[in-house]
Design a protein around this ligand. Structure first.
Ligand SMILES: Nc1ncnc2c1ncn2[C@@H]1O[C@H](COP(=O)(O)OP(=O)(O)OP(=O)(O)O)[C@@H](O)[C@H]1O
Ligand SMILES: [Mg+2]
Length: 266
């Protein structure tokens, strides 16, 4: 291992503003990533290289990095949409490869950049997850979930076909929340939204952290957004986690890409 890589590794594991790293007691980390390497199934090229990361319970962790750097792959490895190697990802100290995949995904819910909704009403979509487990959500429960996702409860009876992208995104968030997840993985949840919808989603995310103690990992291309809502920011470049730090200290980051992102971010 080269000295730069060694330095990064030591930085990550030893001192990351007291929020990430092996010095913390295990129970402080909701998710732990250990030497996660992921190769392309087609070319064999590494997409993620020996990623080490602790995701503290009840924190919002922002993930930034250039296009193609492996951010979505990292997120997908956390709930086995991409299968990590055994011993690489732990939820509450348990190797996720040993967990039932359906219950894992219920606990670690994911919201995609452009989520697909099922034909039917907003309420049909929100009820979908619990229904799979034989539970029918009452009207009031559906409305509560819609409010959590910052949608007017009157949306419940609307067909999803007429929704705007921003409204659809919030319905998808409500649908994910219906599974009562402990961790929420958000892959660029506001990239297709106008500034007001973006602000609404950001507020909803912060509320989920504060009111439910939810652990949230959010990929975003907006450093400013990360600075508004995240407790920790993780910079991924070329499949390597090169920095983990307090978002307010991005201007002092060692990696030049961090400062470049900060300068260019809207
Ligand atoms: N299913 C796949 N098979 C092979 N290679 C893949 C697959 N999915 C992603 N990759 C490759 O892995 C690399 C990282 O992709 P990933 O989608 O994780 O990047 P990203 O950081 O999320 O990018 P963006 O900001 O554009 O969303 C890219 O080079 C991509 O082409
Ligand atoms: Mg991506």
């Amino acid at each position: 291992m080269g000295s730069v890589e060694q330095g990064i590794r030591e930085h990550l594991l030893v001192d990351v503003d007291g929020v990430a790293g092996e010095k913390l007691p295990t129970k402080a980390a909701k998710l732990q990533v250990r030497n996660l390497t992921k190769r392309s199934e087609t070319t064999g090229e590494p997409i993620l290289r020996e990623v080490n990361l602790d995701i503290p319970e009840g924190a919002i962790v922002g993930v930034i990095g250039p296009s193609g750097s492996g951010k979505s792959t990292l997120l997908r490895s956390l709930n086995r949409l991409w299968e990590p190697s055994p011993g690489a990802v732990f939820l509450d100290g348990q190797d996720i490869c040993g967990l039932d995949v359906i219950s894992l995904r219920r606990k670690v819910g994911m919201l995609f950049q452009l989520p697909a909704l099922f034909d039917g009403t907003v309420a049909d979509n929100v009820r979908f997850g619990p229904q799979l487990r034989g539970k029918k959500l009452a009207e009031a429960e559906v409305q509560k979930l819609l409010s959590l996702a910052d949608l007017d409860p009157a949306f419940a009876s609307k067909p999803v076909t007429g929704l705007s992208v921003g409204e659809g995104q919030r319905v998808a968030l409500a649908r994910t929340l219906a599974n009562d997840p402990e961790v929420l993985l958000l892959d660029e949840p506001t990239s297709a939204l106008d500034p007001i919808s973006t602000q609404n989603i950001e507020e909803a995310i912060v509320r989920l952290k504060k009111s439910r103690g939810m652990t949230i990992v959010m990929v975003s291309h907006s450093v400013k957004q990360i600075q508004r809502i995240a407790d920790v920011v993780c910079l991924v470049v070329g499949g390597v986690v090169v920095e983990v730090l307090d978002p307010s200290r991005l201007s002092q980051a060692e990696h030049p890409m961090a400062r470049r992102f900060l300068e260019l971010s809207t």
